[in-house]
Write a protein that binds this ligand. Sequence first.
Ligand SMILES: NC(=O)c1ccc[n+]([C@@H]2O[C@H](COP(=O)([O-])OP(=O)(O)OC[C@H]3O[C@@H](n4cnc5c(N)ncnc54)[C@H](OP(=O)(O)O)[C@@H]3O)[C@@H](O)[C@H]2O)c1
Length: 394
Amino acid sequence: MEATLASTSTTLPTFPTTFSPQLHSLRFSPAFREKQLAGAGNKNPTSLLKHDSPRRPSRRFPLRVSASSQASPEAAAKVSAVPSTMKAWIYGDYGTVDVLKFDESVSVPEIKEDQVLVKVVAAALNPVDFKRRQGKFQATDSALPTVPGYDVAGVVVKVGSQVKVLKEGDEVYGDIHEKALDGPKQFGSLAEYTAVEEKLLALKPKSLDFAQAAALPLAIETAYEGLERTGFSSGKSILVLNGAGGVGSLVIQLAKQVFGASRVAATASTGKLEFLKSLGVDLAIDYTKENFEDLPEKFDVVYDAIGQCDKAVKAIKEGGSVVALTGAVTPPGFRFVVTSNGEVLKKLNPYLDSGKVKAVIDPKGPFPFSQVVEAFSYIETGKATGKVVVYPIP
Ligand SMILES: NC(=O)c1ccc[n+]([C@@H]2O[C@H](COP(=O)([O-])OP(=O)(O)OC[C@H]3O[C@@H](n4cnc5c(N)ncnc54)[C@H](OP(=O)(O)O)[C@@H]3O)[C@@H](O)[C@H]2O)c1
């Protein structure tokens, strides 16, 4: 198994504007509508689901987007190069991967004054993509239908009137949803174009290609925010639960390379221990053979990226911290939900450009745009190493 590390093209040895009052409707191709209608009445997808949050009926109404009406003639000329419709993956009901449909004529999202339109080159999946699609966050989700996808790397093709720095032609990357669970956008990154607030983006590190850049935003911002929230600093030790996953593989690298950890331990299954070491782990713990909470060594911080907070609290030194990403929380552990922030990416860009911190792309990918269903099925196994990337798009 080989997981690809970014920046130095290293391959791991063992792995791998004013607003117009116009309202625009999200358009679907006749084929998508037919499929949706054919599916209706056969089953109730939501009946297949488990819910983390109170269920509420799926809302399905036309998308309302504001359009910039103050484009200069030059800008208008460039804008005319952007088509009105695009290829995108979309779902109109919550459910299994079966709800995902490929649609060739979804309307290209219009940008708000603080947004840019990105021509998507690569995207990546995160567990939140399938949990959202399963309806687990529907209490706070945007209205259906949904174009999934948080992570994006691509090229700016249009800028809103209040955009300050970014310009057409800039190569950018970022997590397009400021709040992962609270009203994520209807138009995600698994599409030819996506609209994103400038503040959520950063210029793509020059030494990374688009696939590598797409593998980073949500995971590295989560890794960074979690470490900051624990007050992690130079000389501290850390245990990362699920060191081989999208977030954990970056927590390890940031702890060591950016925060100056004195010692990094991490858990994974037998076949991924060498991979952990290649990321800089000092102590690789095989969770199939050892209970980390029973080890004599204790840590200043445990970063729980798997949902084992009850055990994690037993592995900290007195006064230590446990940060958890998922599952039930046991005090003194705490949980947070990542906030997308382009400033974090800008801060980390030098580490990425120099190769000190590397993107990890699962060797089963990148998945071409035609295989988004396969990409979802794969990440849903919970066995991915690093990130599940979708490239090229389209
Ligand atoms: N709160 C937030 O803001 C936030 C942000 C990002 C992610 N998350 C959540 O955090 C979790 C991790 O996300 P992710 O993207 O890193 O997931 P991921 O990449 O899908 O994780 C896959 C990895 O989990 C490992 N794994 C499975 N069972 C394990 C165990 N018992 N102990 C250690 N490792 C185990 C697998 O390794 P093996 O093959 O070796 O088992 C695999 O490499 C997800 O639940 C996600 O929804 C939350």
